[in-house]
Structure formats: structure tokens, C-alpha cells
Design a protein around this ligand. Structure first.
Ligand code: C2O
Length: 562
């Protein structure tokens, strides 16, 4: 079926005259890099780091032939924000829509670019993108509402950066020592990057309009960003065109994207700083040697001096809740299926674990997509995905409302695969749980990552129009590892009719002895017998000690202005 789909897509594109297939041959490799002056092994592509940009026009087909040349780690690639309609098996999260790609193996991703805008790709396996396997994914659209005005465009990436490799950091994060002696604190980055370096120079010409596509590829930190002397006009968030909105500062959580227009000055007499600052409120401690700030420069004239930037001190970012999508899609007013998610962190036998409704996510033996495809009508029963698979099943065409109540003392950027969503309610900090009576905006903003503030709530809605198994999780990689994920199984019966898994996907499972049929434990005879399901995290449990959890530091409140 996949090849039929691809053929249909190709012939449609052929008639449009412009569509092409963009082919990448990617060896995923270790390489040394020192983006902040400290040299360390990072995961790159074809011996290069930063990783290349995936780029195409709307309607293009993308084929990425990967080979895992890491030697010591499994991998996978996710294309963040792409709906993958009809191509759920190309979505990328290991243990959900595919098996992890073992060292030495080949694996092909193949899909069409159906949505315009700014996306990114990243490893979706064991917190691996922290080690550098991530890059921009740009889908050009000559009919974009701002297209006529733009002279040039620039992609501007932000990220936090660590000096230690992710597997060790994760192991320590999930250790008894960390939970008991450091309140389960997330590892604090060593600094921040812009364009995968520091102090990048971006040459600009006077009297032009630039489209700047800002992507936060952080593992953890949200960032504030502003461009000295240049007001920004937001025209896109997470692939959704917005009614233009002027602002001097943006707050961008891990995995969010903003495209902004700027008009350059009428002369080249001066260069300007781009200033970004990591949101220190997210860190349990601020090490004395941590520079929260990272800078870049708009260079009008390379012979003129660069300004000496000073740290951002005013934090008053635009409130994205006030954005209006350009297509003016109205509020999905009739909810068919409400899913309540209360999430928190606990000391679980000495390990810091995150839970949704009391359940901490643990990947199961059989990737959830394969369970959905092979359990017949039992695929609509959430039990077959395993207790810790944390599955919620939704039906075709339903308007789904998810209520996220944050019982933690930190903010969490939540991301849904396979869709974007209307954000119909978002509270301030410490507002408690959703009272259930929000006056939703008539035309709500839409995006694919939304920040749920500490002690507060967010309510989102979307229509279940994309059969597939879609992960829904906090995009802080540490929290993914702590279990802050759910599996939304959307229209499994429709999926069974339409989706076939390519043989290279099956092969890597077989080679690793991972079952590809049956319930979460691979039982094909009795789907409700889950004997042997995985219920504990990979990191071994320590001794049972339950010291009282210290309250997290009371951090400063930020102002958000509309
Ligand atoms: Cu950026 Cu699960 O995704």
C-alpha cells in the first residue's frame, strides 16, 4: 500500500509540474565537534556536524536512506511536525512506529511534504538528539501569505548544549543518588548555541525583508530571543501561518518554531546583536560558570565593528495564545472525546519518574503501531498496548479534547505527533486544575508544541482525521526518559486497512529478535494476556527509600504580554 500511495502522490505531483523527489543518503556517524570551544563526540551525518537541513517544496517527496554507523548505539529519525498522513510508519519514534535501527543496519524513510513551513528532524531514541542528531526541515511554499514581501530567508537555530554524552546523563538523572540527594534534578546544560555555534554572523543587506525561521532544538531549555534594533513580525508558528503580529521578543520552548519577518535598515552603518537567553526558571540550580546567554550578529558591513552584546534582562515575550491562524479555522466547538491527563513526578522506589494519571510510560516489547496493525478488533482496546504503554484510543472523525493538568513545579512543553491542535485554554502559573468552563477563543491559535505552565493547565482540541499511532509527550528529553509520554492510537481499524510496513522496517526487528505482531508482549493468540509486559524503567531500581521530596525552588514569575 505504501508504494501505491507513493505512486499516487508522484503522479499527482507530476501533473503539478514542479514536484521532485529529494533523495538523501545518510550515514549516521560519530564525529568530534566543539561548537562552544569544548571538543566532544557528537552524532552527525556523513562525518559532518552540524547536521544538514532537509529542504523541499510543498508536494515534494523525501527519501532518506540511512545507515547506522554509530557502532555502539541504536538510532531513529523523527520529522517533527509532519503529519505523515498515510505514512505513519515513517514517523520515527523507536518502540512506537518502528524498531530502533541497530548498528550496521539500513533503514529508509520515505514520505511527501504535504505541509508548508518550518520543522526539524531529530533522533527519537533514548534521548539521543541531546548528542547532536538533529537539524532543520524546511518546506518552501511559493504561495505563503508573506511570500511576495520576502527578499531572502535565513534559518536560525537555538539549542542548549551539554559536554557529557546523553546515555551517562540519563543514567545519572534516573539514579537513586540523583533522586534522593538532588531532588531528581535534570542535568543543567553547559551553555547555549545559536546556529550550532556561538556568535554566528548572519550577513544582511540594507532595505530588504528577511524571513527568519527560528527553531529551538534544545533538549531542555526554553529560550527568549530578540534582535536589537529590529522589530519582528510573527508570520508562522510550528507550520501554521498566522495573522502578522509584531513583537520585540519571543519565548520559544524546546521543539517550537517561529518564522518572523524583519525589515533591514536603510543603510549599512551599523551591525546588530541577536540575543537569546535560556529560561533559567527551568533549572533547579544555576551553576556559577553557566552562561545563560548566547549571541549572534546581523552583519550589514563586515568591516564595521560588532557590538558588544549584554545579557537580556527584560523578559516580556509575546504570548502565543493571542496568535490567530491565517486560515481562521474556527473553534472545534463540539467535543466528542475528552481525555483528562493529570501529570506529576514522583519518587518511585528511589527514582524520579513522571506519570500521566499515575502511569509512567515505558516502551513495550512490540512497537505500538505493530500491535495496532496485528490485533484485529482488539486494537481498539487500550489494554493490548500494555499498562505502561499508556495508550488512549480515539475513533475516526472525533473531535478530541485533551486536558493537561500540570501538578509539577516546572513548565512542560507538550507535543503531539501526527497533528497540530487548537489551544483553547491556557492558565497562568499555579492556577490549579482546569475548572472546565473555559471561554475558548473563536479562532484559537494552532501549533504542535504548547507550554503548560507550572502548576497550571492547558486544553487542546483536534480532529482525529489521521489514522495512526501518535506519541504525545513533554518535549524535554529528560522527561521523555522519565516516562512523560502517552500513546494516542487513532482509528486503528482504518489503519489496518490502509497501512503496510516496508520490508526493511520488518527486517531490523527480526534481526534484533523484536516481535512485530500481537499485543505489547507479542502474544498473538490471546491479546488480553499481557504476562511479561514491561513495567519498570530500564535503569535498575535502587533500595526502597522514600525521603520527603524537597519543594522545588520558588522561581521568579515571567510576564507575558499580548
Ligand atoms: Cu520532536 Cu516526539 O518529538
Amino acid at each position: 500500500m505504501l508504494s501505491v500511495l507513493s505512486f499516487a502522490a508522484l503522479s499527482f505531483l507530476a501533473t503539478s509540474g514542479f514536484a521532485k523527489t529529494v533523495v538523501y543518503n545518510w550515514d549516521i556517524t560519530w564525529v568530534n565537534a566543539s561548537p562552544d570551544g569544548f571538543s566532544r563526540p557528537v552524532i552527525g551525518i556523513n562525518g559532518q556536524w552540524p547536521c544538514p537541513t532537509i529542504e523541499g517544496n510543498i508536494g515534494d517527496r523525501v527519501t532518506i536512506h540511512t545507515r547506522n554507523m554509530l557502532g555502539n548505539e541504536t538510532t531513529s529519525l523523527h520529522f517533527h511536525g509532519l503529519f505523515q498522513s498515510g505514512s505513519n510508519s515513517m514517523d520515527g519514534p523507536a518502540g512506537v512506529t518502528q524498531c530502533p535501527i541497530p548498528p550496521g543496519a539500513k533503514f529508509t524513510y520515505d514520505y511527501t511534504l504535504d505541509q508548508p513551513g518550518t520543522y526539524w528532524y531529530h533522533s527519537h531514541n533514548k534521548g539521543q538528539y541531546i548528542d547532536g542528531l538533529r537539524g532543520p526541515l524546511i518546506v518552501h511554499d511559493k504561495d505563503a501569505p508573506y511570500a511576495e514581501q520576502v527578499d531572502e530567508e535565513v534559518t536560525l537555530t537555538l539549542s542548549d548544549w551539554y559536554h557529557d554524552e546523553a546515555p551517562g546523563l540519563i543514567h545519572y538523572f534516573q539514579s537513586v543518588d540523583n533522586e534522593n540527594n538532588h531532588n531528581g534534578a535534570e542535568p543543567i546544560p553547559k551553555g547555549a548555541l545559536m546556529q550550532d555555534t556561538q556568535n554566528p554572523k548572519i550577513s544582511v543587506k540594507p532595505n530588504k525583508k528577511y524571513l527568519i525561521r527560528i527553531i529551538n532544538m534544545s533538549a531542555f531549555a526554553g529560550q527568549f530571543i530578540s534582535i536589537d534594533g529590529h522589530q519582528m513580525t510573527i508570520v508562522e508558528v510550528d507550520g501554521v501561518y498566522t495573522v502578522p503580529q509584531k513583537t520585540d521578543q519571543i519565548y520559544i520552548t524546546a521543539a517550537q518554531r517561529y518564522s518572523v519577518l524583519i525589515s533591514t535598515k536603510s543603510d549599512a552603518s551599523q551591525n546588530f546583536a541577536i540575543r537569546a537567553a535560556m529560561d533559567e526558571e527551568m533549572f533547579d540550580t544555576i551553576p556559577a560558570d553557566l552562561n545563560l546567554n548566547v549571541y549572534g550578529f546581523l552583519v550589514y558591513d563586515s568591516k564595521k565593528p560588532l557590538p558588544t552584546p549584554t545579557p537580556l534582562t527584560t523578559f516580556a515575550a509575546f504570548d502565543d495564545f493571542a496568535l490567530v491562524p491565517q486560515d481562521r479555522q474556527r473553534l472545534l466547538s463540539k467535543v466528542d472525546h475528552q481525555i483528562l491527563m493529570d501529570f506529576d513526578f514522583i519518587n518511585d522506589n528511589g527514582i524520579n519518574r513522571a506519570r500521566i494519571n499515575g502511569v509512567s510510560y515505558i516502551p513495550q516489547k512490540v512497537p505500538a503501531l505493530y500491535t495496532a496493525l496485528t490485533t484485529g478488533s482488539d486494537a481498539t482496546n487500550p489494554k493490548v498496548y500494555g499498562t505502561n504503554g499508556n495508550a488512549f484510543v480515539v475513533k475516526p472523525g472525533e473531535v478530541v479534547e485533551i486536558v493537561l493538568n500540570n501538578h509539577d513545579g516546572g513548565g512542560h512543553p507538550w507535543h503531539l505527533h501526527g497533528h497540530n491542535f487548537q489551544v483553547i485554554a491556557r492558565s497562568g502559573e499555579n492556577a490549579g486544575t482546569y475548572p472546565g468552563n473555559a471561554a475558548a477563543p473563536a479562532i484559537p491559535m494552532r501549533r504542535d508544541v504548547v507550554m503548560v505552565r507550572k502548576g497550571g493547565y492547558v486544553v487542546i482540541r483536534y480532529r482525529a482525521d489521521n489514522p495512526g499511532v501518535w506519541l504525545f509527550h513533554c518535549h524535554i528529553e529528560w522527561h521523555v526518559e522519565a516516562g512523560l509520554s502517552a500513546t494516542i492510537v487513532e482509528s486503528p481499524m482504518e489503519l489496518q486497512k490502509s497501512l503496510r510496513i516496508p520490508s526493511d522496517h520488518m527486517k531490523i526487528c527480526k534481526d534484533q529478535g523484536i516481535p512485530t505482531a500481537g499485543n505489547a508482549v507479542g502474544n498473538t493468540a490471546n491479546h488480553l494476556d499481557l504476562t511479561g509486559e514491561l513495567t519498570t524503567p530500564e535503569v535498575p531500581y535502587g533500595a526502597l527509600i522514600n525521603p520527603p521530596k524537597k519543594p522545588r525552588s520558588n522561581r521568579v514569575a515571567r510576564n507575558f504580554v499580548a
